[in-house]
Design a protein around this ligand. Structure first.
Ligand code: ZN
Ligand code: ZN
Length: 339
């Protein structure tokens, strides 16, 4: 099956965390975390519409300036989501420069801050020299982005400060069975998009939709009949992203809620199991704990990353620890290198 989202870590496992998720069928991308992004091409940066920041420790946020500089001519909003303090952090970054000649640029940055189950949003516009204006926003539901084909959810994790974990969930895919279309002598066309849209929006199953055969005869069936005769529904892709959090009961519960049965689970594995005390003290996970989370969540593939530099001389050590701890799971589940 061809996947709709193409994820890749921008940097190596010992470098800043940045997960770039490209859309296969659109000129669009999203980022999970914003460490150094100097190696991203301009055309890749221009596709970024949404940036999900786990927390603003410098290795997760230092790429903001580069993104800002490359986005000044952006016509659509650039949306940033983050934990408590993110609005102040963005404001502080913007306040670090002089903007007397910026009013002719179109850029608008909308920042959404999640704090203890509440959310606040502000807009910084180039035309207003990046002064902040409040943006009306509803109650926080755990969902940051909900579009027809996918949603992004978040949970607040404990890293001695708030740190957001994320899950990107593609909604079920609706594919037209071409052989059935042929057998029923139906013409393809915009009506098929309309049918998929009605099914996705869960219109009543008794709603009727008319289309025409190749001979021009009318066929007027209910949504349920169309679905049963013509549509193949398959599970969408799921990608979870978790960094910088301690292995506590509260965090485990939140991480499992995010990562349950994910196809890909990007999880920090900062420390070796031999340094577990140090990991706990620093509110980080060991490779073994990352694997344990992956096993409990029954993910298909674990990508351990965000390794502490103290293991740089043994680049395979944390991969191996994660692999050993994950090996009791069924063979279809794997630990992978950075894609
Ligand atoms: Zn951190
Ligand atoms: Zn970190």
């Amino acid at each position: 099956m061809v996947e709709s989202f193409v994820p890749r870590l921008v940097n190596g496992p010992f470098e800043d965390p940045v997960l770039y998720i490209g859309f296969r069928y659109k000129r669009r991308a999203m980022l999970f975390d914003l460490g150094k992004i100097d190696w991203l091409g301009l055309s890749e940066i221009h596709k970024i519409s949404d940036v999900f920041i786990s927390h603003t420790h410098i290795d997760h946020f230092i790429g903001f300036d580069h993104l800002l500089r490359c986005s000044l001519n952006r016509e659509e909003d650039l949306r940033i989501y983050g934990p408590k303090g993110i609005i102040q952090n963005v404001q502080g970054k913007l306040a670090g420069y002089t903007w007397n000649l910026i009013q002719g640029y179109p850029l608008k940055i909308v920042v959404r801050e999640i704090d203890a189950g509440q959310q606040t949003a502000v807009r910084f516009s180039a035309v207003k020299k990046f002064d902040s204006e409040p943006v009306a926003i509803g109650d926080f539901s755990g969902v940051l982005l909900d579009e027809p084909s996918f949603a992004v959810e978040t949970r607040i994790l404990d890293h001695s400060i708030s740190c957001l974990g994320f899950a990107l969930k593609e909604k079920n895919r609706l594919n037209v069975r071409r052989e059935r279309l042929e057998a029923m002598e139906l013409k393809s066309g915009p009506w098929l998009d309309q049918l998929k849209k009605m099914l996705r929006e869960r219109a009543p199953e008794t709603t009727r939709l008319e289309c025409f055969t190749k001979n021009g005869a009318s066929l007027n069936l209910t949504l349920r009949e169309w679905r049963e005769n013509l549509i193949l529904e398959t599970r969408g892709q799921k990608i979870a992203y978790v960094v910088d959090c301690v292995f506590s009961d509260a965090n485990i519960e939140q991480i499992l809620a995010l990562a349950r049965e994910a196809d890909l689970f990007f999880c920090e594995a900062a420390f070796s199991k031999e340094d577990q005390a140090r990991a706990t003290e620093r509110y980080h996970l060991t490779a073994q704990q990352a694997a344990e989370l992956a096993r409990m969540a029954q993910v298909k593939k674990l990508i351990p990353f965000h390794f502490s530099l103290r293991y740089e001389a043994e680049p395979n050590r944390l991969f191996q620890e994660a692999m050993e701890a994950f090996s009791q799971t069924p063979p279809s589940r794997t630990v992978g290198r950075i894609p």
